[in-house]
Design a protein around this ligand. Structure first.
Ligand SMILES: [Zn+2]
Length: 267
């Protein structure tokens, strides 16, 4: 139930999150949830559904909503799908089938907390499984280990620096391995750096390309080739505001420099 994508509220939520991060609509949703540490709004809806269900159960049998509930419940038990069926399958889908059978719990607030925790756990597991199973996240999963808001969101004030960092993290920057991600294999030469005969990937940009030697901060200097992957993950998962700012500043300056140089060559 939780991973259903065709949900309008969630589309609006994701749209707002993508606007906030300043990324294109086609950016993978998992990355957007990941960077912001957010969960689907649907979880709140489910909690309200269960709260309302508790209210119905306690209602005076004289009252119409309670009578309607019992009517729907008997229809559901004959196999007719209705609102009550969704309450039942919601509870069953996250391991609370016994609450359905008992038609309620004794300590509601306690249960609601547990229920919310279960829903977020289920989502987090699904998020993690998605990150680990797709090629698209091969770089991302090396540094994004926990579904929580990233430190850079509140430690970088200037938007252009933050954008440059977001773009590299999510694999949507201007470097050729990002731009040509979906090109065919026989066009792999396109992935070369515009300035040197090496593949232009994250490591080349951050640690190797001589084009950016003058602006490269010390955290990116003198990194041995076999250390690049680990140092890159370290930089991207850093919680230190100074390191984050230096990295973002470098990425912004490098993208400016690259743009200018590529334009100059093209003319
Ligand atoms: Zn280069």
């Amino acid at each position: 139930v939780l991973t259903k994508d065709n949900n309008q509220t969630e589309n609006v939520h994701l749209f707002a999150c993508k606007r906030f991060l300043n990324v294109a609509a086609r950016t993978p949703n998992r990355m957007v949830y990941g960077e912001l540490g957010r969960y689907p709004l649907q979880i709140n809806c489910y909690i309200r559904v269960i709260k309302y269900w508790f209210r119905l159960l306690k209602m005076d049998p004289e009252r119409l909503p309670n009578q309607a509930y019992h009517m729907l419940r008997s229809l559901d038990s004959c196999g007719k799908c209705n609102w009550v069926s969704s309450v039942r399958s919601l509870l069953q889908s996250v391991g609370f089938g016994y609450v359905w059978l008992a038609q309620g719990v004794t300590r509601e607030n306690c249960f609601l907390r547990e229920f919310k925790q279960r829903l977020t756990d289920v989502f987090r597991q699904d998020w993690m499984a998605g990150i680990n199973s797709s090629e698209r996240f091969i770089q991302y999963r090396k540094f994004k280990l926990v579904l929580e808001p990233e430190k850079y969101l509140d430690s970088i004030r200037q938007k252009c620096f933050r954008d440059a960092l977001v773009r590299l993290r999510l694999g949507i920057s201007d470097i050729n391995v990002h731009k040509n991600r979906y090109k065919r294999n026989d066009q792999l030469a396109l992935n070369n750096c515009p300035f040197c005969p090496e593949v232009e990937n994250e490591f080349h940009l951050c640690f190797r390309c001589h084009m950016y030697d003058d602006i490269r901060p010390s955290v990116m200097k003198n990194v041995e080739p076999h250390q690049e992957s680990i140092q890159f993950a370290r930089l991207m998962s850093s919680k230190d505001a100074g390191t984050i700012r230096k990295t973002a500043w470098f990425l912004f300056k490098a993208s400016e420099l690259r743009k200018r140089a590529v334009d100059a060559v093209g003319q």
